[in-house]
Ligand binder design. Sequence first.
Ligand code: AP5
Length: 222
Amino acid sequence: SISEPLKVMISGAPASGKGTQCELIVQKFGLVHISTGDLLRAEVGAGTEIGNKAKEFMNAGQLVPDEIVTAMVAARLTREDAKQTGWLLDGYPRSYGQAQSLEKMQIRPNVYIVLDVPDEILIDRCVGRRLDPVTGKIYHLKFFPPDTEEIKARLITRPDDTEEKVKSRLNIYKQNAEAASSVYSSITHKIDGSQSKEAVFKEIESLLSQLQQDKVKIMKSE
Ligand code: AP5
């Protein structure tokens, strides 16, 4: 495409459906998906220095210190593929300080999507969540069970998905979300994330398609 690539941020409480929607967005729009949670889990899994530092915070449902996460995100965002094809940033910025770090680097999205989901639904979604370590796909025991016994047998549960830790993650989210999102209020699109996954995606898809068309128009008029 001749137009400048899309830059998208997606935010929302734990289990609001960010990862699930990102799978669908990547399929349709081909953006580079940068999830700080996924990047950190990969570091923990590989036993790197970053992973060893991050592990205790993550397992306790707390935020990993800014300097660790910000360096990781900045390195990923400035890689050539993200610059060329556009990016989809998931789980960052999560605090006012993190949003300010991006502003200082002059990294700004075209749109800031917020998935809005009531607390009582979030707990259920977390406790039933399972991950496929082979494909990285996200499942849910009740809502999205896997198709085969083979996949079912290898699914894993995240250590921070117990009811108690989800409540702590939710509190931390609430303490920080407003300040972080205030930086993007003029480009914020709130979406009702309690709908079916298809209905949520339909809204995101039309929003991003519109943005893409607007970018082409701007290019042509320049
Ligand atoms: P992270 O991995 O980002 O966790 P999170 O924000 O708590 O978000 P989740 O991954 O829990 O949920 P999600 O919104 O992606 O939902 P999903 O699509 O899976 O971060 C983990 C940890 O890393 C943090 O606690 C922190 O320690 C650290 N960290 C990360 N970023 C950081 C940062 N910037 N700064 C500092 N520390 C950081 O869906 C959830 C479940 O619901 C699934 O089972 C899914 O199948 C199901 N589901 C999804 N959509 C629907 C639907 N529409 N209807 C029914 N079920 C649905």
